[in-house]
Design a protein around this ligand. Structure first.
Ligand code: ZN
Length: 411
């Protein structure tokens, strides 16, 4: 198939002849960055061959169309993407990685607009158009990382739509002043405040979570806590979060990131905990880690616990891995979950796209009227084929603009 004709960034008025989720071909009509109508594709309406199509008319050539990918757990401020290789020199523990990052981030210009833009462009290249990103907030940086991320998003003209989690990577209680920084971040527009292993990092889960939930309730923001602690220690902290979510009326605004503990509990204990999470409207995000016990996706779905998929940091001072390709990560999630049936494989793709609307504050994120026009075209027979092969992204449209084409980022 010949490449799409090269041209600068195009504002799309109609994306013709695409197959949403593998259905029959349709035309997606776009105005003000949103899908306004979806109509059956009629070849007669397209420009006759040889003629020049109207500006804004893009021929989708019958390719499979998916909504833009949603990276529900990113760290776009942390990467050294685009810089010469950085060998990892820290210890393997969480504390060792924190210390290594703090020792070397300044010399790499982290956080910096150039590296953050480089990461966001990788996301766009792979069809990710919306993210929830944790941004380090600590006594050394203050809120500078959030300013860097906002500036980087602005540089890309809003192609990537983002929600920000003010993230206390170096702990909360053990660093007096961090709670005040989280409060300041929430006041300054961060959509969520984060936490980190309240038991093993701060060694006082009740007080850390009380502090976070008090700010969230007062400022009307969400809570998104990194929880690596496993087994009963992790489960206990999730119970503390459930209690505080209900008490503060924060149902639908609290997320457990990683939450390895959930997959590690005995069946009855697991079922009770997941049911309580569902009742409290608590969601989870996973990075589909290799080697960890997978989350019980069927059980979580049965109890209405939303699950989002994210890359975590890519190529950062924690680990060199990650490319920002959420479709490839969807392949991994589907494999780790041992999905074989078509409906399960499609569910994996939904989890990374339409079903992740919640994680980026959208009422709807799909190839339907009213949604932001975030569309990814891939040369695949159907959604299952796309998940299993993760082919290159032929065209990426974000907010109604063509932002990437055949692997070339245009913004
Ligand atoms: Zn993370």
């Amino acid at each position: 198939m010949p490449p799409f004709p090269s041209s600068p960034q195009v504002a799309v008025s109609v994306l013709r002849n695409v197959r949403p989720w593998g259905t029959d071909p349709v035309d997606l009509h776009v105005a003000d960055g949103h899908i306004t109508r979806v109509t059956p594709h009629s070849p007669a309406e397209a420009a006759p061959s040889g003629s020049v199509p109207a500006p804004g008319e893009v021929d989708g050539r019958g390719l499979l169309a998916l909504p833009g990918f949603v990276n529900a757990h990113a760290h776009v401020d942390k990467s050294w993407w685009g810089k010469p290789w950085v060998s990892y020199g820290g210890e393997a523990t969480t504390q060792g990685r924190i210390a290594h990052e703090r020792e070397h981030r300044d010399e790499l210009g982290i956080p910096g607009v150039d590296v953050t833009v480089a990461v966001l462009r990788e996301f766009l290249r792979h069809g990710t158009t919306a993210i929830r990103t944790h941004v380090d907030v600590d006594l050394g940086l203050g809120l500078r990382g959030i300013d860097v991320v906002r500036e980087s998003l602005f540089v890309l003209g809003g192609a990537v739509d983002a929600e920000i989690v003010a993230f206390p990577q170096d702990g909360v209680l053990r660093r007096p002043g961090v709670l005040e920084l989280l409060d300041a971040a929430a006041t300054a527009g961060a959509e969520h405040i984060g936490g980190l292993d309240p038991a093993s990092i701060d060694r006082d889960p009740v007080t850390q979570l009380d502090g976070l939930f008090e700010i969230a309730e007062r400022r009307g923001v969400g809570v998104d806590v990194h929880l690596h602690d496993g087994g009963e220690l992790g489960a206990f902290q999730i119970e503390l979060m459930i209690e505080r979510t209900i008490r503060a009326g924060l149902q639908g605004k609290v997320n457990v990131a990683h939450g390895f503990a959930v997959g590690q509990l005995p069946p009855t204990r697991m079922a009770d905990l997941v049911e309580a999470m569902g009742d409290a409207g608590i969601s989870m995000t996973t990075v589909a880690p290799i080697g960890a016990t997978p989350l019980p996706l069927d059980l979580l779905r049965a109890h209405g616990v939303r699950v989002g998929l994210g890359t975590d940091g890519i190529r950062d001072l924690w680990a060199p891995y990650g490319t920002g390709d959420l479709l490839a990560l969807t392949t991994r999630l589907s494999q780790l979950a041992r999905f074989r049936h078509d409906e399960d494989i499609v569910r994996a793709a939904r989890l990374a796209t339409s079903d992740a609307a919640h994680f980026v504050g959208r009422p709807v994120h799909d190839l339907v009227e009213g949604a932001r026009a975030d569309v990814v075209l891939v040369d695949a027979e159907n959604t299952m084929d796309a998940v299993v092969r993760a082919p290159g992204r032929a065209l990426v449209v974000a907010g109604g603009q063509v932002v990437a084409r055949d692997g070339e980022v245009l913004v």
